[in-house]
Write a protein that binds this ligand. Sequence first.
Ligand SMILES: CC(C)(COP(=O)(O)OP(=O)(O)OC[C@H]1O[C@@H](n2cnc3c(N)ncnc32)[C@H](O)[C@@H]1OP(=O)(O)O)[C@@H](O)C(=O)NCCC(=O)NCCS
Length: 165
Amino acid sequence: MHPQVRPATLADTLPIATLHREAFTRQMGSETWVHATLSAAPRMLAFVLDLEGEIAGYIFWAQKSGIRPEATLELDQIAVAGRHRGHGFGEHLIRASLALVTEALSSEGQRIKSVLVSTRADNAAQQLYAKVLGAKVVASIDGLYSATEVIMLATLNQVPDEQAD
Ligand SMILES: CC(C)(COP(=O)(O)OP(=O)(O)OC[C@H]1O[C@@H](n2cnc3c(N)ncnc32)[C@H](O)[C@@H]1OP(=O)(O)O)[C@@H](O)C(=O)NCCC(=O)NCCS
């Protein structure tokens, strides 16, 4: 199999919504959620993992707190189809899409300073984010969504914080 990571388009709404429904069973309105996300570039940047014509995963990145020269991105959501998990596709999706985001932001004069990501404290995705992004848990919020949520941060570029917001 030759996994390909490419930007998502509105034509990908239904297959992404199907993956969303399967992966996030506590959430509702999959199609609405996905359609709104795909319509929100450059605030949201969406990519799919194409496995020989099958949309087998997706990832949403968000630019936080405006369009900044030193951007903080949030890994907003990622899912790989159940039957394809555990084969390195999640890792590939993060790495390849982050490279595409880096390129896209660079063409707008931006660079990525840090990446935020949050997940349920009991979700194995924590290991994925630590491994691929070098993200570390910086906070934990009880009951934020459905349970305790950990907030993880990866600093990609060390830049002096000279200016106030
Ligand atoms: C999280 C998710 C995207 C991972 O995708 P995946 O393709 O199965 O992940 P990979 O095979 O690329 O795993 C890469 C690394 O992540 C970590 N990892 C992934 N799944 C793991 C698990 N169940 N337990 C422990 N570590 C895990 C490991 O470090 C793994 O590296 P290794 O195989 O060298 O140990 C997938 O499980 C998924 O879609 N889950 C449902 C949706 C979800 O929970 N998304 C995250 C919400 S915050």
